[in-house]
Design a binder for this molecule. Structure first.
Ligand SMILES: Cc1cc2nc3c(=O)[nH]c(=O)nc-3n(C[C@H](O)[C@H](O)[C@H](O)COP(=O)(O)OP(=O)(O)OC[C@H]3O[C@@H](n4cnc5c(N)ncnc54)[C@H](O)[C@@H]3O)c2cc1C
Ligand code: FES
Length: 290
């Protein structure tokens, strides 16, 4: 029987609201944004994301498709009540535009979206594996797991020091933290795939949560299965509508009934059971993982 309680999304209808950017801060390679988005933080669960409209209306910065961002934290700020924190890596037009905004900017935000992480029914040992900005949803998850009496172990990875998300905060959130960078500038040199087996063995985790590039999620799912642990993987696919309507974000899986099918990353995921995803097919379709 599954040790985790599968979440339902039905009771938490997402909202579409006009938000306001309260604060923005550069941390390493990322820009941390604090947003007021009335009603969205109250509905949030770890693993949810928001879709943000890009560009000033009527200008050439506008993009048709909204862009997806993990909710990193929900924190009360002054008289504003709960606010959302997002972590943006400025890579393309949308993320660069968001990262360039000044406090006071208005933003159209839809959320919280997606199926969140399932939480263990019992207080068990958990391993949380996050790479780059995608480690963002694991920090509020760590908080929830600790509240439930779970032992939290973290494996945080990035290309280099600048791409390690909140490594110091990670040390406060977890019983044990392992840091891996591709260039060896902090922690162990290498990739998640090089160390996850060892870390999993030491943590004796019953449930493994992972967020990062597809190849990393695949490596974690394989290691979890080898150790007899359950895995929950936060699968990022390019999203068009982000709300389940367009069917444009298919993920190949094997259903509960053992039948191969495709589910929508944005609405049936992004968090999916690692042992249900058909990784070879997904990685083949995605081409080179980012
Ligand atoms: C559920 C979810 C949560 C996300 N959370 C964050 C976050 O917290 N912080 C963050 O910086 N980014 C996050 N992303 C990724 C971000 O939404 C995309 O990179 C987005 O396209 C950025 O917009 P852009 O206009 O800057 O770049 P674009 O011009 O849209 O994209 C640049 C390139 O990346 C490709 N691409 C776009 N989205 C994806 C994707 N999801 N996977 C693989 N390739 C893609 C595009 O085809 C293009 O080639 C998340 C994505 C998803 C699906
Ligand atoms: S992006 Fe439209 S259904 Fe997922």
């Amino acid at each position: 029987m599954s040790p985790v309680a599968e979440p339902t999304t039905a009771t938490r209808t997402p909202l579409h609201v006009t938000g306001e950017l309260l604060a923005t801060k550069k941390v390493g390679a990322y820009r941390h944004l604090t947003l007021v988005a009335p009603g969205v933080p109250e509905r949030f669960r770890p693993g949810n994301f928001v879709a943000v409209s890009i560009g000033a209306p009527g200008s050439d910065t506008t993009r048709l498709a909204r862009r997806a961002f993990w909710i990193h934290q929900v924190k009360p700020v002054g008289g504003y009540g709960p606010t959302l924190q997002l972590v943006v890596e400025p890579t393309g037009p949308g993320s660069q535009w968001l990262a360039s905004l000044a406090p006071g900017a208005r933003l159209e935000v839809t959320g919280p979206l997606g199926r969140p992480f399932a939480l263990p029914k019992e207080p068990v040992s958990c391993l949380l594996v996050g790479e780059g900005y995608a480690a963002a949803p694991l920090f509020p998850l760590a908080e929830r797991l600790r509240e439930r009496g779970c032992a939290v172990n973290l494996l945080v990875a990035g290309a280099d020091e600048a791409h390690l998300l909140s490594a110091l905060e990670a040390r406060r959130s977890a019983r044990a933290v392992t840091v891996v960078t591709r260039d060896g500038s902090v922690g162990l040199r290498g990739e998640v795939a090089d160390v996850v087996d060892d870390v999993l063995g030491r943590s004796q985790a019953a449930v493994v949560y992972a967020a990062g590039p597809l190849a990393t999620l695949h490596a974690v799912a394989v290691a979890a299965e080898a150790h007899g642990a359950w895995s929950q993987t936060a699968v990022e696919q390019p999203l068009t509508c982000a709300t389940g309507l367009c069917q444009g974000c298919p993920v190949p899986v094997v259903g509960e009934d053992g039948v191969a099918r495709r589910v929508r990353a944005c609405a049936d995921g992004p968090v999916l059971r690692g042992d249900r995803v058909r990784w070879a097919e997904l990685l083949g379709e995605a081409g080179e993982p980012r």
